[in-house]
Design a protein around this ligand. Structure first.
Ligand SMILES: [Zn+2]
Length: 297
């Protein structure tokens, strides 16, 4: 409680917000007030995040040749850009941060029949495959995000513990009530030689409509990293709640070639550099790590 009061004193204008989140945090875990305040603000973003109504940029205005370093005219380049490098040891384990058990995510996915297509920059499949419910701490009413599409990057955009992965799937959701605020669930894939039925269906959908069940990729309560970030393509809007599954999934070489022959091994596309944006500075953003069975319902 002493720590919470210290926060209130320093930031009286944000009294209500800080107090609300700080109340569920265990002050013992944090090394100082600023540390705890950063996590409070991340939690606050679940219910308060809003964004301007923006359209995705026309594709011919940008490319991946310079990995996004030349997008300064197209992106705001604020302090919460994505993708980022995540260091698991620096992330805040939820099981130790919270006084109460807390697992914020409820995924309501169902199979859809859809087709995939290559745009100039990405392989994308559109459809409404369900909703992501994100629960602010101690609140029973979730913030609801509707699924709109999923797409792939090769190699991965996020880097975890200095490791880049072969492929990254982005499940894109929008809070339709609040304009274009997004929640993205990222899943990393590694070529281990093991056939992946979900990836195969996604590939097959280029030729014909296919029934795809995204839920088949997920465990009951998937473990993930959580941080406040941005779209990774122009206009790079900083209104995204990012969830990145901690467990990479497997795929085989032939499946990976479907993506790399188009991007990361194709000299004709961005000089063979792939369709991933460079990692962006984390600055002081906290990353939460939901990985302990004890902290889940
Ligand atoms: Zn993406």
């Amino acid at each position: 409680m002493a720590l919470s009061l210290a926060v209130l004193k320093r930031f009286p204008s944000r009294m209500t917000k800080i107090y609300k989140s700080a109340a569920i945090l265990s002050s013992k875990y944090f090394k100082d007030v600023a540390d705890m305040e950063r996590v409070s603000r991340l939690l606050e973003s679940i219910s308060s995040l809003q964004g301007p109504s923006v359209e995705f940029m026309a594709e011919n205005k940008w490319d991946y040749t310079k990995k996004g370093t030349d997008w300064s005219d197209l992106c705001p380049f604020g302090p919460t850009q994505s993708p980022v490098k995540i260091n698991s040891e620096d992330s805040y384990p939820a099981s130790q941060c919270f006084i109460e058990k807390y697992y914020p995510l409820d995924l309501h996915y169902s199979p859809i029949t859809t087709r995939g297509r290559f745009t100039k920059r990405v392989y994308i499949l559109h459809g409404d495959y369900g909703q992501m419910h994100v629960f602010p701490p101690r609140e029973k009413t979730p913030r609801i995000f509707d699924s709109v599409q999923f797409h792939f990057h090769a190699p991965s955009e996020h880097v975890v513990d200095s490791q880049s992965y072969d492929l990254e799937l982005h499940l894109v959701h929008k809070d339709l009530k609040k304009g274009t605020v997004n929640a993205v669930l990222g899943i990393l894939f590694k070529n281990t030689g093991k056939f992946n039925p979900f990836i195969q269906l996604s590939i097959d959908s280029l030729e014909k409509p296919v029934e795809i069940d995204i839920g088949s990729l997920l465990e009951k309560e998937p473990q993930f990293y959580f941080y406040h970030g941005s779209l990774t393509t122009p206009p790079c809007s900083e209104n995204v709640l990012w969830f990145l599954m901690t467990k990479p999934l497997e795929m085989d070489e032939k499946q990976l070639k479907f993506f790399t022959s188009r991007w990361s091994e194709n000299k004709g596309f961005a000089e063979g550099k792939g369709n991933n944006r460079d990692v962006q500075p984390l600055y002081n953003r906290p990353v939460l790590h939901f990985d302990d069975q004890d902290c889940m319902h």
